[in-house]
Write a protein that binds this ligand. Structure first.
Ligand SMILES: Nc1ncnc2c1ncn2[C@@H]1O[C@H](COP(=O)(O)OP(=O)(O)OP(=O)(O)O)[C@@H](O)[C@H]1O
Length: 286
């Protein structure tokens, strides 16, 4: 972290930053713990050309979740760009390993977030999924939204990146047709949008925090499918969630359709190791 950036962050906080500790964990950005005389803060930096926009949409997502008063998110102290470095300055969450009760509270509060609704699918602004753009053009039909705003752009990107051939990309019409049959009677829920186990923290007093959101109004089962993609959520989490929003077996049978979006994103971001799973799901549905 440069001296100019540290000076700028100190000015934002109104207190000099005395120590900067790099943190591990993020795939996309560099993460730091900043220490003033009295407090710790969290800062992410990134030198990509679109980093400042990425952090601005992350801030909007965090503030949107915060405004629901359903589940906590870290407070945002600032964001912007200094020289070529984008930054996002947040409240530092002292995290602990979650116990059963913490998972219950996470499930309970996520269900409250999912009860926040709208009369459309999508969002006021586009945002990002990881470092990739995520388009949120509003649509009143969930299946259209999921195909046109989620699957299709990632399929096109994978084809452009030569990760899938033309014949491995299903036709837009086939996807629209099949998803219209499978995805019916769905209400818009406010989603975290990228809910893997690296995107929640449990603070030392047992309070769950969501971090790194990619918010929009969509099917709540998208978030739940993501929790099951890479694991890291306990049975207590699902029991507490399902006490508010029951999930039936039929729905869980379609987890992989929603996981396909995230697997395509991973294929585009991290490469061929995700190809076999993507191909298997594509063959199952399309
Ligand atoms: N507010 C916070 N307070 C303390 N630690 C945090 C905070 N936000 C994130 N972290 C930790 O910092 C690390 C990186 O954060 P984050 O996941 O937001 O970065 P990223 O580069 O955007 O990552 P990703 O690969 O998930 O897209 C994670 O291990 C996370 O646990």
């Amino acid at each position: 972290m440069t001296d100019i950036l540290i000076a700028h962050l100190s000015a934002l906080l109104g207190a000099p930053i005395k120590n900067v500790f790099p943190l591990s964990g993020g795939d996309i950005s560099q993460a730091y713990c900043l220490q003033t005389d009295t407090e710790r803060f969290f800062c992410k930096t990134n030198n990509a050309g679109n980093a400042a926009t990425m952090f601005a949409t992350e801030k909007t997502g965090l503030e949107t979740i915060r405004a629901t008063s359903t589940i906590k998110v870290p407070r945002v102290y600032g964001n912007g760009k200094i020289d070529a470095t984008g930054f996002l300055l947040l409240e530092f969450i002292e995290a602990q390993r979650p116990n059963h009760q913490d998972f219950e509270r996470l499930g309970d509060e996520l269900a409250q977030l999912h009860k926040v609704s709208a009369d459309y699918f999508g969002w006021e602004n586009d945002n990002f999924i990881g470092s990739l753009p995520q388009s949120n053009t509003k649509n009143t039909a969930w299946s259209n939204f999921f195909v046109k705003e989620r699957l299709w752009p990632q399929f096109i990107r994978a084809q452009e990146n030569r990760l899938l051939t033309h014949s491995e990309v299903p036709s837009l019409n086939a996807m629209l047709h099949i998803c219209a049959l499978l995805l019916q009677d769905i209400n818009p829920s406010l989603l975290h949008g990228d809910l893997w186990s690296g995107n929640y923290l449990i603070s030392s007093n047992g309070t769950p925090y969501l971090i790194d959101p990619a918010v929009y109004f969509g099917d709540a089962k998208v978030d739940m499918a993501m929790t099951r993609l890479f694991g890291g959520f306990s049975p207590e989490f699902y029991r507490a969630y399902e006490a508010h929003i029951p999930t039936n077996k039929w729905e869980q049978g379609y987890d992989d359709l929603y996981q396909l979006y995230y697997l395509l994103v991973h294929l585009n971001l991290f490469g061929r190791s995700y190809y076999p799973t993507v191909k298997k799901i594509v063959e199952r549905y399309f």
